[in-house]
Design a binder for this molecule. Structure first.
Ligand code: F6P
Length: 589
């Protein structure tokens, strides 16, 4: 298995496959396009491989990882994979070779190959919104062609990269001047959800690759005025550029913050005619941005064929490019492209996104695991879990399949987690001795960007020891021996030993990389994007819509009316009305 692959080799292997997939777009009617399989999902629970997995699960009830390792010195080698600068150890799982084979068989029977083709080929895999999901096109090389509805999307993608390069260079070279003719020193990304979490993750994760121009990037997401004030208190309107980042340009929090930023700019010395020096936008809704007051030439395109939570690779990534420079931004894209090629090409048995996805299915649907923990052992990955929460939970938090029927099994788990070693002193207690089975992914670089004495050796050691402790546990006998060795009395040993027992046999994966650089980060994020996609195929759900977020927003508008209106109609329930009254009493003029 190759560790790293250069783009020439990748392209020579990929393009023909994608060329073939491209030819399907707009295929004459009647030909069975791959998407149909995707649009009319099979009920995975009715498949032979699913039943076989249920029987296998019963047979695995007494499986013990510790014994498996003691009896098989080749287990680590057998259950690891690597590609794109990432090494995956999945040997600490409740699996045998048979488990993997059955899981891969299930993926095949669910039509995963066709679904992957359909997504990369630009089919309308986002059936409910009748849209392709082509975040992969954002990281494909210029030479590639991808025609959807007669339009070569790659032209648009690379024209936009060119437009990004132009503004990034002008700001880095201090050629973009503010209204008082000073260079821009601070950039504020005003955006929420996918127009915030990915860019924030990457620009923070790649701080060691910050551009020498020293332009500082800030993120303003929530509508809570405190966030606005805390941020603008540190800014100078003369040297601040705002990026209004919103695919729809219709998101309440973003529009309110953009209006507040404009008011702040105008009250800080700028005027309407100078707004274009301090406001640009990224959106697929040009007219709304123009109506807001953004000059057309300051609008960077976003497309409806890119999902918000998959959009950091587009101009939504402009704050990233300003933070790390276009060269590093393109490295990020190349890393993701390498993972796309691995996902497309690698046989499922050694295909990292497929392996991670099917292991997740194994625990979610056959071991009833309701949650999944992500434990990055890297300070620079402190926003990783937040991004994964949106990517995974907004994609897989579904109860309805693509064809509108109810799902027949559990879908997206609760995604949570945080940076190691901090978690060890917070929630790892539950991972080790709690009653819930919570699979976990550990992520750790071998080389630290900012080493301090032997701190990184300790960080890495703790990352490994945590997954080892989850796997090994500690038996009652081991606890008793240990307590006796410490000289405790028989009574105290009997009293204390049960509390020290750790069940163990708890699964985890460990992803290791040389260091966290733009290319490997790109590959890492794309790895999880594809993992989520694979699970969506097996569950038969649409990974690319998010209708569930609308009701709360709609009700938010009516509650706002009840909070601020002169004589508003009462709310539909006494709880909401009571809380409205509580607010109105406090704010009565
Ligand atoms: O409300 C959820 C959501 O639609 C996310 O899917 C999206 O990433 C976010 O809001 C922001 O949307 P926009 O980029 O259109 O402002």
């Amino acid at each position: 298995m190759q560790a790293d692959v250069d783009s020439e080799v990748l392209r020579s292997r990929v393009t023909p496959l994608l060329q073939e997939s491209k030819s399907k777009v707009g295929a004459p009617s009647g030909r069975k396009s791959p998407a149909k399989h995707y649009l009319q999902p099979l009920d995975a629970t009715s498949l032979a491989s699913w039943r076989a997995l249920q029987m296998h699960r019963d047979a695995m009830q007494r499986f013990n990882m510790r014994e498996a390792f003691e009896s098989d010195a080749g287990r680590f080698k057998a259950f690891s994979a690597s590609s794109c600068g990432l090494f995956l150890d999945y040997s600490k799982n409740l699996i045998t070779g048979e488990t993997r084979d059955l899981l891969i068989q299930l993926a095949r029977e669910c039509g995963l190959s066709e679904a992957i083709q359909a997504m990369f080929g630009g089919e309308q895999v986002n059936a409910s919104e009748k849209r392709p999901a082509l975040h992969t096109a954002l990281r494909r090389p210029l030479g590639d062609r991808l025609t959807v509805d007669g339009r070569n999307l790659m032209r648009d993608v690379h024209d936009t990269l060119g437009k990004m390069t132009e503004i990034v260079d002008r700001i880095h070279n201090k050629l973009w001047r503010g209204y008082s003719d000073k260079a821009i020193t601070d950039v504020v990304n005003i955006g929420i959800g996918g127009s915030f979490l990915g860019p924030e993750l990457v620009s923070e994760a790649l701080l060691p690759y910050s551009h020498p121009s020293g332009v500082r990037c800030h993120y303003l997401a929530n509508i809570d005025g405190s966030e606005f004030h805390e941020l603008t208190a540190r800014l100078n309107a003369e040297t601040t550029l705002f990026i209004v980042s919103s695919k729809t340009f219709a998101t309440l929090e973003t529009l309110k913050n953009a209006q507040a930023a404009r008011a702040w700019f105008l009250s800080s010395g700028g005027n309407e005619q100078q707004l274009h020096l301090h406001f640009v936008a990224v959106t697929s809704n040009n007219q709304a941005a123009i109506d807001f007051g953004i000059r057309e030439k300051n609008i960077f395109p976003m497309w409806d064929w890119v999902g918000g939570r998959y959009s950091l690779w587009s101009a939504i990534g402009l704050p990233i490019a300003l933070a790390i420079g276009m060269t590093n931004f393109k490295e990020l894209l190349s890393g993701a492209y390498a993972m796309d090629c691995h996902f497309l090409n690698e046989p499922f048995e050694s295909n990292m996104p497929v392996l991670l996805a099917m292991l997740g299915i194994w625990y979610r649907n056959f071991w009833d695991a309701q949650a999944y923990a992500f434990l990055p052992y890297d300070h620079y990955l402190r926003n990783f879990v937040k991004h994964l929460q949106q990517m995974d939970m907004e994609s897989s938090g579904k109860s309805i399949r693509q064809d509108g029927s109810a799902v027949s099994c559990g879908t997206g788990p609760v995604i949570w987690g945080g940076v190691g070693c901090n978690g060890q002193h917070a929630y790892h207690q539950l991972l080790h001795q709690g009653t819930a089975l919570i699979p976990a992914d550990f992520i750790v670089p071998v080389v630290s960007h900012k080493p301090v004495a032997d701190h990184h050796q300790w960080l890495y050691a703790n990352c490994l020891s945590q997954s080892q402790a989850l796997m090994r546990g500690k038996s009652l006998r081991e606890a008793e021996v240990e307590l006796r060795a410490k000289g405790l009395s028989k009574a105290n040993v009997q009293r204390l030993a049960p509390h020290k027992v750790i069940p163990g046999n708890r699964p985890s994966n460990t992803l290791v990389m040389e260091t966290l650089d733009p290319r490997r980060l790109g590959a890492l994020i794309a790895l999880y994007e594809h993992k989520v996609f694979v699970q969506g195929v097996v569950w038969g759900i649409n990974s690319f819509d998010q209708w569930g977020v609308e009701l709360g927003k709609e009700l938010g508008t009516s509650v706002y009316g009840s909070l601020t209106g002169f004589d508003p109609p009462s709310a539909d329930d006494c709880s909401t009305q009571g809380l409205i009254d509580y607010f109105r009493r406090r704010h009565r003029g």
